[in-house]
Design a protein around this ligand. Structure first.
Ligand SMILES: Nc1nc2c(ncn2[C@@H]2O[C@H](COP(=O)(O)OP(=O)(O)OP(=O)(O)O)[C@@H](O)[C@H]2O)c(=O)[nH]1
Ligand SMILES: [Mg+2]
Length: 663
């Protein structure tokens, strides 16, 4: 397919304000948008035949203003929504990403059910800007107009739109329309945010329509929710997890080369048209993290309640998407925390606003915003978790500062950055604002970014590890040390084993503790050498060193050393207890360094085999060459037992780095 011709953006900083119409069916939304923009957004044949809007309509109004730095171009993007309650899903998709509302109320009808419902939705989404147009004033007398205006004033009180002007309008004789335009222009001029390229966040774009254009392929339309994008970028399509190249961008009639937060643009992409639906996202792969559960702050409209029955299904409208969800209350009525679960993946980040409708989708019951997409598997309603949600429900810096105070096992920065859509530069800037020397960044295996731990907690963990070791040495003076899992239990460590391992790594690197074989100990500690251990060092160890991968059985060692079975058995057991020998099977022991070599060999083998197929005993034997089949099985079963490998049928897979198990 030919690349679409691209014209440079006339003014890349063109401001774009997006306004949605709202209000009861037939009150004059489409007429008003058409008077402002010159575009009839009711384009479907069915809309024309029935005389009402069904789907979303889109139109633009452009103007420019002289400023000190030259001419500033502005665009106002209108999303015209249907008023009929049957099409409320379309209305919800339409208002999800707008900054201002044009609430239309007909003077003859006055306040009607969808006037109330649409206002409630705008309020739940926190839309504060816009205006109220009282239409059809040509059909009523001054008294009726005054009554409706007073009613509207009362209705707005206490809502997010309480401050907006009320403008009387006639779509029949155009009275009041210049005032509407003037007010929208001044809103667009005041609006600073949308022209910013939003450098703190990765790109996210919600799709509301898709179609094919001859010679171009798939074109989608939608709103940039965060970040910015340029033609040629690679983006991930949420529903297919496919990467698409951004081939072209258009803002209304103009080809542009880039788009930023707050702009409505059409995008030419390489995903097949049939695979795209309203509600899908295009996004930077760095923040693509589909979830089936998230925790949220919820506000329920009177008189609605959340049913505690787990199988009650509600309707969630987030971005332009719609999901059937279950809702679980996490705390008592005094707290706003709820968990929302969907059987379909949800793409969301901190602060994303949503609206909820009842199981029959007859009423809007409330709304809220996403607080955390990384929900714990256990203790999801514990007091600690609720405190964590309160900490997370703040701006990025305050959230980090509070979590640093409270999280004794640290903050997972990789999750923090994805959950809150922070770029690396933004994260660095945030960290630079934290009190210096108050925290440590710990590198933890399997984590893309470091773990942030308050210095005071780090010291506490290290001290309790050292104290535990000292106590252990006192009561086990003939043993060289304690294994990592046993130490974790003794310390009663509440964090992950990966964090524990990372703490131990830091402590060994600084020389505060030592690792001998698989055993951890204080550096100055030396196990008292028993007669058995001396015998081991003198007679057994050299033989095992020479045997390499094929360690002799205990009985063979009896013959080789001339020591009797019972005393030899005793020597081997004692040495193993002291950490200088590893018991792989009942009658077979290996030196820790040989086990490490075998583990390394196993890792290399696993890397060679196809990732999803693992390796078999036979492959292990053939590659090792000198080890017989039965011994191979003994070794691999030992690896399974200690958690280094995992067996699935005839295949084995590596579970974790060898260092995590064998030091
Ligand atoms: N007399 C008069 N008629 C109007 C006015 N505004 C709209 N109408 C008429 O009212 C009818 C409905 O207008 P629309 O603009 O389609 O209403 P809507 O709010 O978009 O309706 P839905 O999208 O279906 O919710 C049309 O026949 C319009 O011509 C007005 O100010 N005065
Ligand atoms: Mg309409």
């Amino acid at each position: 397919m030919p690349e679409p011709e691209v014209m440079p953006m006339a003014n890349p900083a063109r401001r774009c304000l997006i306004v949605a119409s709202a209000g009861h069916v037939d009150h004059g939304k489409t007429s008003l948008v058409s008077h402002i923009t010159g575009v009839d957004t009711d384009t479907l044949a069915e809309e024309k035949a029935r005389g009402l809007s069904i789907n979303l309509g889109f139109a633009y109004y452009h103007f420019s203003r002289n400023t000190e730095t030259g001419k500033q171009a502005h665009s106002i993007g209108f999303v015209d929504v249907p008023g009929h309650t049957d099409f409320i899903n379309n209305m919800l998709a339409g208002v999800s990403a707008v900054e201002a509302a044009l609430l239309v109320i007909a003077a003859d009808d006055g306040i009607m059910p969808q006037t109330r419902e649409h206002l409630a939705i705008l309020d739940l989404l926190g839309i504060k800007q816009g205006l109220i147009a009282i239409t059809k004033i040509d059909k009523v007398d001054a008294h009726q107009l005054a009554t409706v205006t007073a009613d509207v004033d009362n209705l707005l009180a206490g809502t997010s739109l309480h401050d907006v002007p009320i403008v009387p309008v006639s779509n029949a004789n155009q009275q009041g329309i210049p005032e509407v335009i003037e007010h929208l222009q001044s809103l667009a001029q005041d609006d600073q945010a949308p022209s910013n390229p939003d450098p703190h966040s990765h790109f996210r774009y919600q799709i509301d329509r898709s179609f094919t254009v001859k010679g171009m392929g798939t074109v989608v339309t939608g709103t940039v929710r965060s970040g910015h994008v340029s033609i040629g970028s690679n983006l991930l399509h949420s529903a297919t997890n496919e990467t698409t190249k951004l081939r072209g961008l258009r803002l209304d009639q103009d080809e542009v080369t880039e788009a930023a937060k707050g702009q409505r643009v059409a995008a030419n992409i390489t995903i097949a048209y049939g695979q795209i639906s309203r509600g899908d996202w295009l996004m930077d792969a760095a923040i693509c993290h589909p979830v089936f559960r998230f925790d949220a702050r919820l506000r329920l409209l009177e008189p609605h309640q959340i049913h505690s029955r787990a199988d009650t299904e509600y309707h969630l409208f987030l971005g332009a998407s719609h999901h059937v969800v279950q809702i679980r209350k996490l705390a008592d009525d005094s707290q706003p925390w709820y968990q929302i679960a969907s059987s379909q993946p949800v793409f969301a980040h901190y602060g994303d606003q949503f609206v909820l409708r009842d199981p029959a989708s007859q009423h809007t019951i409330g709304g809220g915003h996403v607080v955390d997409i990384f929900v714990p598997r256990r203790r999801r309603a514990s007091p600690q978790r609720l405190a964590q949600l309160a900490a997370l429900d703040q701006d990025n810096l305050s959230a980090l500062q509070t979590l640093l105070e409270t999280e004794t096992t640290g903050i997972n920065l990789a999750e923090f950055a994805i959950g809150r859509n922070c770029t690396d530069a933004n994260l660095d800037a945030l960290l630079s604002q934290l009190a210096e020397n108050s925290f440590l960044s710990l590198t933890v295996n399997n984590m893309a970014k470091p773990l942030l731990l308050r210095k005071q907690y780090y010291d506490q963990h290290c001290n309790s590890i050292k104290d535990s070791l000292a106590r252990y040495h006192q009561s086990n003076s003939n043993q060289q040390g304690i294994s990592e899992p046993a130490l974790s239990k003794t310390v009663k460590f509440t964090g992950s084993h990966l964090l524990f391992h990372s703490l131990l790594k830091n402590l060994t690197e600084t020389g505060a503790i030592k690792r001998s074989g698989t055993l951890l100990h204080l550096p100055e500690h030396k196990a008292r050498l028993s007669a058995e251990e001396s015998a081991f060092l003198e007679k057994v160890r050299p033989l095992l060193q020479e045997a390499g991968f094929v360690a002799p059985r205990t009985r063979e060692l009896v013959e080789m050393t001339g020591i009797g079975l019972k005393p030899l058995d005793n020597i081997l057991k004692q040495t193993a207890k002291a950490g200088n020998l590893i018991r792989v099977a009942d009658n077979r022991y290996y030196l820790p360094e040989t086990i490490m070599q075998l583990a390394e060999f196993t890792e290399q083998l696993a890397q060679q085999s196809e990732l999803d197929e693992g390796f078999s005993v036979i492959q292990f034997r053939d590659t090792a060459n000198t080890i017989g089949r039965n011994l191979c099985i003994e070794i691999l079963e030992y690896f399974d037992k200690v958690g280094f490998t995992r067996r699935d049928g005839n295949s084995r897979f590596i579970r974790t780095d060898k260092e995590n198990i064998f030091g």
